[in-house]
Design a protein around this ligand. Structure first.
Ligand code: HEC
Ligand code: HEC
Ligand code: HEC
Ligand code: HEC
Ligand code: HEC
Length: 476
């Protein structure tokens, strides 16, 4: 018994010596790296935080309240962040992709800026930090961006530093990112690789950057004062089959382009490199900025997202009944998702007779709106009086309806139109076109003024069928 005990003690002492030596050796190696002047790879703790309350209190833990943003100081000195032009020197291709993206424009976007100004005035500035935090993280944390009037200094949109200085996330939404631009006196970039070495900056492998929780910091918006779930792109993805299959936002929105094999001119050759176009559905904004190439990429995203089928037609003596199914086959979240006041998808349904005469139509655009009764896929926000909110988002406290289509889900809609058999010549043609716009023309005109921005209507898909009189009546 005594002998056994002493063997155990010896083993423990031996293990202790081996382990202690190992950590000592590691510490020594990393100390050397930290004090050296050549940039290297920095190890950081796991940086995904699953806990989330969406809301925060106004206290010292929330320096940029009501945004959940954090940074190593408040305000951050301007020189803490590098300009994107610096990155462009070595990361040319990624830079030119990003520069074309909507996120590069998220601060100068005229629709955003006009709405921000309205929100700021209506809330006496209480909401400023909130809106600014996601649309220009550098502008918020340096204090350079202002909601109304001229910025104190140039503020970029969601730029390289906004994303690659993100050392951790505090939760899924409302700008819950933590910015750590420097460590050990050198600029530090967090990214998806554990073996990336740069002559210019330190690098750190960040698991966060490979996961949807990274995008979640901004792509979930909760009303900071009444907790209404305004935008829920991340949650929609989290509860979908894509999450179950490990398909992240990055897999669809940063899909590698075949031709890019190096992310930096003096970097390693890789099997593939993440692209930085971040294409979504907003072709209108790209067209407004004169970028047809990007507008077409957005249209391609939209066209890949939906499928439409006519599942039933019934011709009676006095009526024609049609059922249509729209399936979200390509978007990893609701279709559409994001900015709820604007994003709308709808069906323009038409029945024509053999002479091309329209005998029924529902789903046209009239006075800048989709006409009353249009079968659409959209979220509608409401205020405390149950009135629809279109512009005054800050007054919204409820969701009146939400007909957007779940990922891999479908919606069925039905049309019943009156038919006068004597007046029309058969056969009839039914067509249904599925359309998207990021805003109604009415809303854009109200926000930025008339004739400033032309909203583009994009056709996602269409379906049609022919109805013969004899054939259908025979079944009745
Ligand atoms: C002097 C050239 C140079 C400059 C300037 C430069 N980088 Fe890098 N960067 C590199 C190289 C080389 C790599 C390694 C690439 C590889 O091995 O795949 C790299 C890697 C990275 C990575 C990947 C890190 C990882 O661990 O996955 C990120 C992110 C990054 N850089 C961001 C930036 C940003 C942001 C800027 C501008 C503020 C910038 N870089 C400026 C050369 C540079
Ligand atoms: C909206 C956030 C965001 C912005 C803006 C952004 N990046 Fe990235 N970047 C990412 C994410 C996320 C990844 C990792 C993607 C993956 O691996 O799935 C990444 C990957 C990279 C990589 C490594 C690519 C690879 O596959 O090895 C480099 C280098 C890089 N970014 C540099 C930049 C530079 C330079 C800019 C500005 C011109 C920039 N990024 C802008 C989020 C961003
Ligand atoms: C720091 C905040 C922030 C982060 C992090 C962020 N985004 Fe964004 N993103 C925005 C904002 C703000 C906009 C809207 C810009 C506008 O329309 O003015 C946007 C727009 C987009 C769009 C364009 C939408 C459209 O209508 O065309 C896509 C796609 C997108 N983001 C994807 C991503 C993905 C994928 C990630 C993670 C890899 C990510 N974003 C991370 C803030 C962020
Ligand atoms: C399976 C691929 C896929 C995944 C995963 C995915 N998306 Fe998308 N996303 C799309 C497609 C396709 C569209 C265009 C259709 C649309 O607008 O919804 C789109 C559109 C968008 C838009 C534009 C919103 C609109 O409707 O106008 C944003 C913003 C966006 N995605 C962000 C994200 C974020 C953030 C994630 C992760 C939480 C994500 N996406 C995951 C495919 C994907
Ligand atoms: C938590 C981050 C976050 C906050 C806070 C936030 N936004 Fe956004 N905003 C986004 C994202 C992400 C998108 C893109 C979604 C999409 O493409 O549908 C967006 C899109 C928009 C758009 C549409 C722009 C376009 O051209 O299509 C407007 C306008 C806008 N936001 C205004 C505001 C205002 C005003 C506030 C403050 C009341 C605000 N946002 C607060 C993240 C945020």
């Amino acid at each position: 018994m005594k002998q056994l005990l002493s063997i155990r003690v010896t083993v423990i002492i031996f293990l202790c010596i081996v382990l202690c030596n190992k950590t000592w050796a590691e510490n020594k190696a990393s100390d050397a790296q930290h004090s050296s002047s050549t940039p290297g790879i920095v190890e950081i703790p796991l940086n995904i935080n699953g806990l989330d309350t969406q809301l925060i209190e106004k206290d010292e833990k929330a320096p940029f309240f009501p945004s959940r943003a954090k940074a190593s100081a408040n305000p951050m000195p301007e020189h803490a962040f590098e300009k994107t032009e610096t990155c462009a020197g070595c990361h040319q291709e990624i830079y030119s992709q990003w520069q074309n993206s909507v996120m590069a424009k998220s601060w100068e976007d005229p629709i955003y800026r006009s709405l921000l100004e309205m929100a700021s005035k209506a809330t006496n500035g209480a909401i400023d930090n909130f809106c600014i935090g996601c649309h220009t993280p550098i502008g918020l944390t340096t204090g350079n961006a202002v909601a109304v009037g001229q910025d104190k200094a140039h503020s970029p949109g969601v730029d390289c530093e906004s994303c690659h200085n993100m050392s951790a996330s505090n939760g899924n939404g409302n700008g819950a990112y933590v910015l750590t631009p420097k460590k050990y006196g050198r600029p530090l970039k967090f990214g998806p690789r554990s073996d990336a070495q740069s002559p210019y900056h330190d690098t750190a492998y960040s698991e966060l950057h490979t996961k949807s929780e990274f995008c979640a910091t901004c792509h979930n918006v909760t009303h900071p004062f009444n907790q209404l779930a305004v935008e829920r792109t991340y949650d929609e993805w989290r509860d979908s089959i894509y999450n179950a299959q490990g398909i992240e936002c990055q897999d669809c929105h940063m899909k590698p382009e075949a031709k890019m094999v190096k992310s930096a001119i003096m970097g390693k050759e890789r099997e593939s490199v993440a692209s930085h176009y971040f294409s979504g559905g907003n072709s209108t904004l790209h067209t407004h900025f004169g970028n047809e190439g990007m507008a077409e990429k957005a249209r391609e995203m939209l066209r890949s997202s939906a499928k439409m089928e006519i599942t039933e037609t019934q011709l009676g003596n006095y009526s024609l009944r049609t059922k249509i199914r729209v399936t979200n086959i390509g978007a990893g979240h609701k279709l559409p998702t994001g900015f709820p006041e604007g994003r709308e998808i709808w069906i323009d349904y038409q029945v024509k007779d053999a002479n091309g005469k329209t005998i029924y139509r529902l789903g046209q655009v009239k006075d800048g709106h989709t006409e009353k009764g249009t079968k659409n896929f959209k979220a509608v926000l409401g205020d405390k009086n149950n009135q629809e909110v279109d512009i005054n988002v800050w007054e919204a406290d409820r969701i009146l309806s939400d007909t957007r289509i779940l990922p891999m889900g479908h919606m069925d809609v039905e049309y019943v139109s009156e038919i006068e058999h004597n007046d029309i010549s058969f056969p009839l043609t039914i067509t249904a076109d599925l359309y998207y716009w990021p805003f109604s023309q009415y809303l854009v005109d109200k926000i930025v003024g008339p004739n400033k921005i032309k909203v583009e209507i994009v056709k996602l898909t269409q379906v049609s069928t022919t109805i013969f009189q004899e054939q259908n009546l025979a079944t009745h």
